[in-house]
Design a protein around this ligand. Structure first.
Ligand code: SAJ
Length: 403
């Protein structure tokens, strides 16, 4: 094993594209994941999730010599991008996967290695949970990722990045490593600042989505069109309101702000309320479904279908998705599981899930657009004759119901 090989630990939504990007830019990379089935798939030359440009990037990385394994390698630089779930009750980050990955790295690495943590952690986690494990001589770096699912490859190349390090020289060295592919500016700072910026960025977006969601409720109550109001407000040079939707999903915006609420419960008031607003948005959609059923004279809930199961448009990731949240809330109230279809979800995730758009449409009278996938925008004429509740404001059909 050459000393300049990078061992990327955790080959999920962030680790895989990062490893591929480095390898396709001439950096020797070994990708490690504890999931043997995932490693097998990658070794067979197949990607593990769908993302624009990922296949091409994969081919370029294989050409660049990337290899995949379940083993940790002995080398001088590690990038850890394993999941950091959060405890739903305490609202605190669960760093156990990162801690375990660091322990495993420490069991093989030389005494002058650099360990880069890309996983999102709450401010102070490195000091509290990682630093006490690390022996003298090892450099710790926190370089949180910023790429958006749906446009990951482009954003990996173009986004500015943050590198937090104890030791300026180690930070600069890792910044140069990312600069092998990253065309954005790379800021070197300390670890706590890097931790905080990542969580604050996602919190900013969560609070702004909550504002849009709250507006949707106020406008519904007042009998006004929230989209027209946002469109006009956004013509103001200093106003940029986001879009209301059926809720907030994904593993970032719906999770990271809770770290601040969990750690600073008496201080993070606006954030706490914003997260509660976003979390209750699927219940607001349920109310809108009932109202729409009444207006259209539909009484049978088994004739209601949810279009979209992923957490947002044109990705295949269903983590924390508003549709899953809505189904959970609905189960408590209605009992009958609603019909669901998503072109990106091949596996059977929920009861009454369809795998064919036409079959789904022929079995429902009310279509609730939960996700604005390109497919439904392009095939909206298929919805003619149906009652439609468009929670994403993506359709241009006449008579469509809105949030
Ligand atoms: N959403 C709305 N209205 C909007 C925008 C989004 O309801 O106007 C919903 C989406 O439908 C989705 C959720 O919010 O359910 C989150 O989607 P998103 O596209 O806002 O963000 P993510 O979770 O896919 O990616 C975010 C990004 N963070 C920011 O933009 C600050 C990305 O840059 C981060 O790298 C990523 O989190 C992460 O991994 O932390």
């Amino acid at each position: 094993m050459k000393n300049d090989t990078i061992n990327v630990i955790g080959l999920g939504y962030i680790g895989l594209p990062t490893a591929l990007m480095l390898a396709s830019h001439g950096v020797p990379v070994v990708g490690t994941d504890c999931n043997a089935a995932l490693v097998r798939t990658l070794r067979e030359g197949r990607t593990t999730f769908r993302e624009k440009g990922l296949e091409e990037l994969f081919a370029a990385a294989v050409e660049g010599g990337i290899t995949f394994t379940t083993q940790y390698m002995r080398t001088r630089t590690y990038i850890i991008s394993v999941p950091t779930p959060y405890d739903k009750f305490t609202k605190k980050v669960d760093p156990s996967f990162v801690v375990q990955a660091v322990r495993d790295v420490l069991s093989v690495c030389p005494d002058d290695a650099t360990i880069v943590i890309e996983s999102t952690v709450s401010p102070g986690t490195v000091d509290r949970c990682i630093r006490p494990l690390v022996r003298e001589g090892i450099s710790l770096v926190h370089a949180p990722e910023r790429i958006i699912p749906g446009n990951m490859v482009y954003e990996l190349l173009h986004n500015n990045r943050t590198v937090g390090a104890d030791d300026r020289a180690a930070g600069e060295r890792i910044a140069r490593l990312y600069a092998s592919f990253c065309q954005g500016e790379i800021v070197v700072t300390d670890i706590r600042t890097a931790e905080m910026t990542k969580v604050v960025e996602n919190t900013f977006r969560a609070v702004n989505i909550a504002f849009a969601n709250e507006l949707s409720r106020i406008c519904r109550h007042a009998g006004m069109d929230v989209y027209e109001i946002i469109r006009i407000c956004n013509m103001h040079p200093r106003v940029n309101i986001l879009q209301p939707g059926p809720g907030v999903g994904g593993h970032c915006i719906s999770v990271d702000p809770w770290f601040l609420v969990g750690d600073y419960p008496s201080l993070a008031k606006v954030i706490d309320e914003a997260m509660k607003t976003n979390d209750s948005q699927p219940s607001f959609v349920l109310e809108r479904i009932h109202e729409t059923m009444q207006e259209a004279g539909i009484s049978d809930p088994s004739r209601v279908g949810l279009y979209g199961l992923t957490y947002k448009e044109d990705v295949d990731d269903c983590r924390e998705s508003p549709t899953l949240q809505l189904l959970q809330a609905q189960e408590r109230h209605l009992g009958v599981p609603l019909k669901v279809y998503d072109p990106y979800v091949e596996k059977d995730l929920v009861p009454n899930q369809y795998h064919d758009l036409d079959a789904f449409l022929s079995d429902v009278d009310l279509v609730v657009v939960m996700v604005g996938h390109r497919q439904i925008v392009e095939a909206q004429e298929k919805l003619a004759g149906k009652t439609v509740l468009d929670c994403r404001h993506v359709l241009s059909l006449p008579g469509v119901h809105q949030l």
